[in-house]
Ligand binder design. Structure first.
Ligand SMILES: *[C@@H]1O[C@H](CO)[C@@H](O)[C@H](O)[C@H]1NC(C)=O
Length: 126
């Protein structure tokens, strides 16, 4: 990571710590931060996906489960009660991206250990 990239990360973290940015903004910000690094187009917020995620997370909470939805197996993130991150989405997306180390750029395709990373940086042409 170069100095400009590091500065961007530090500014985002400092701003986050001051609680100035919304959950939604930071989810988009961090996805697009990494997507820009990997040269894939930015994403925008989807109200339909938000509604699906809310229905699924309520189901998980009621059933005390932690598993992917079959309808939309998006990334899930859970933190320990003693270790709450200051900002959930920033923490989650950075963890997901951390799996890049398991991705093989010489042999692109599905890699189980890098599936959260590939979801963050996936480029789907509709
Ligand atoms: C994509 O998002 C990143 C991070 O928010 C931003 O720096 C960049 O300017 C955006 N790119 C475009 C083409 O909008």
């Amino acid at each position: 990571m170069n100095i400009a990239g590091l500065t961007t990360v530090l500014i985002a973290i400092l701003t986050t710590c001051k609680g100035e940015l919304s959950f939604k903004y930071l989810c988009i910000y961090w996805h697009n931060y990494f997507r820009t690094l990997h040269q894939v187009p930015n994403v925008t917020w989807s109200n339909r996906l938000q509604q699906e995620a809310e229905v699924w997370v309520k189901y998980l909470a009621e059933k005390n489960k932690f598993e992917h939805s079959k309808k939309n197996p998006g990334n899930l993130y859970l933190s320990h009660p003693n270790d709450y991150p200051k900002e959930y989405c920033s923490d989650a997306v950075q963890w997901f991206h951390w799996e890049e180390r398991y991705y093989n750029y010489d042999k692109p395709g599905y890699v189980n250990k890098a599936e959260h990373f590939t979801q963050v940086c996936y480029w789907m042409v509709i």
